[in-house]
Each structure stands twice: as C-alpha cells, then as structure tokens.
Design a protein around this ligand. Sequence first.
Ligand SMILES: Nc1nc2c(c(=O)[nH]1)N[C@H]1C(S)=C(S)[C@@H](COP(=O)(O)O)O[C@H]1N2
Ligand SMILES: [Mo]
Length: 321
Amino acid sequence: MLIRRAPEIKSSGITDHRVYLSRRAFMAGAAALALAPVRRAVAAPASQVPAGQPLKATRNEAFAVEDPPTALESVTTYNNFYEFGVNKGDPARLAHTLRPRPWTVEVDGHVARPRRYDVDELMRLAPLEERVYRLRCVEGWSMVIPWIGYPLAELLKRVQPTGQARFVEFTTLLDPEQFPAQRPSFFGFSSLEWPYAEGLRLDEALHPLTLLTFGLYGQVLPNQNGAPVRVVVPWKYGFKSPKSIVRIRLVSEEPRTAWVKAAPNEYGFYSNVNPAVDHPRWSQATERRIGEFRRRKTLMFNGYADQVAPLYAGMDLRKHF
Ligand SMILES: Nc1nc2c(c(=O)[nH]1)N[C@H]1C(S)=C(S)[C@@H](COP(=O)(O)O)O[C@H]1N2
Ligand SMILES: [Mo]
C-alpha cells in the first residue's frame, strides 16, 4: 500500500515555527545544517506507526464537527513535537523512545486536594468521549481529529482549586533520554526552553471544550501525538495543546509558556485562533487543511466562537493575542 508522504505536503503558504529564531540561533542552526548529512523529513513507514491499542469511548455528537476527519496517516506522520526535532516527520520516526508507561501526572499548586495520579487511574476518572475537533496550527495548516478524552474540568473539580487559583500550568516530561532534542548535544535547531510549558486561564481550562486527551481514532494516543496524556484546546493555535504532560499546576500568576519565552512578540499567552490578527510574519486569514488543495478561510476561534467568545468579552484581542 502506498502511504501518503505527509511531511511533504508543506506548501509555500505554510510557514514554520522555527523561522522565528533569532539571527544568532538561526546562523548556528544553518551552520549545523550545512555540516549535517541531509536529513530529509520522510514519513515513517506504516509499520513504525504504533498500531495503538483500541480505546473505547462514546462519541459525543454535541462536540463533533462535520468536516471530514484528516487521514490517520497524516495525523500520525505530520506532527509538531519539538522534543523530537523540528521536522514534521521527526516525531513519527523517533517517538519510539518515549515510554508512556509507567507514567504519573502531578496535580498541585492552589488546590485543596493535590494528588499524583497514575495515568491509568487518570484515564478512568471520567467516561471517555470521542470528540471530533478542528486543530489549527499557528503555521497555517489544519486538521480534523477524532480525539478521545474527557473534559479537563472533571479532573480539576476533583482536586478543588482554591480562591488563589487563576491559571493552570501544564508541563511536558523533561527527559533527554526519551526526548532527543532535549539533549544539550542535540544536533540541530534547539528552539525552546525545556520542559515545554503551556498554560490557560482557569476559566479556559474549565471550559467544556478543553479536553484531557488519551487517544485518537479509537486507539490510545500514538507517542508522536503526545502519549500517554495531553491537553487539547481546539479554539487556540495548536501549540496551546501540550503533549506528554507530567504536571498540572494551579497558579495565581499567568504562567510563562515555552513559546511566550521564545518569542513573546510572535506568540501570545492567549493565542486564540483569529483570522483578523496576523502573525507578525504571515497572514492568519486562511489555512491549508491537510489533505485538501484549496486554502480555507480560517474561522474566528477556529469555529468555536459560539462556545468561547464570552470568555473574552470586553477584551482587546489584538492586545491580548
Ligand atoms: N510538548 C509539546 N507539545 C506540543 C508541541 C511540542 O513541540 N511539544 N507542539 C505543539 C504544536 S505547534 C502543535 S500544532 C500540536 C500538534 O499536535 P499533533 O502532532 O498531535 O497534531 O502539538 C502541540 N503540542
Ligand atoms: Mo503548531
């Protein structure tokens, strides 16, 4: 069977996170690339895409967009997961080094009942639902993915946030043995400060669309998609959906996130999908849906405005981009 070579879908209109790099970092990266053997991003052969154990879930029609889902091959071979490198094919090729079991998630900070959960216990905390969401990357491409999980609010209400909790910080695993790009010796672009950190305002984290995610397409999350557990926030650019998380901390101050630290003028804390607010270096008005040829118009809040616009009532979305 011929597999689609998803990493080569990249079209001229699709930009790339890494190009934000400072000139110095860019030159270092360019020099490294010049010396490096040509590392082309090639889709992993189908046999390397973890088959994935089946994961049962009840489809929640209230949260299923009608757009046809993106091919599983593309979802699992065209990825951003910088812990494995910055090329779209790196995660599928390298993510076998990630060990999703045993795994624990610490839930702490301003909560009455801090707890460390084993991921298998976490997965059984609430009924698993299948939700078909749009995913819009800040780079200008998008997918439609049937995720499996439950609302993050289910977990948060169990740990009981206190009055001081105003934001939620998510932290990805820090382990250079499992994530090659976290090694100081990693040969190539090293663009982010590790561990990858993301964050939401508490009301965003409690919103019913915010999904604590354990699977996709009826199976447990493939490593390259953030096994064993990630967060999916469908109305924000994809980088606000952190993978392979080990800590969820309730805090009182806006967390310093990986992308805000890297380029605060380009990636804001909110990063709501917004066709009217361009990235400093490219338009966000349209997007390339992976698997389609013509560009689509990007929708306000990625098409979830009815549900989430009230969260931002009275806010200047150009200022709080
Ligand atoms: N830990 C971590 N989480 C991450 C990233 C990353 O590099 N590291 N990339 C983000 C970006 S830019 C996108 S678009 C989505 C991609 O998710 P997918 O590969 O499952 O489609 O993951 C996000 N979560
Ligand atoms: Mo992204």
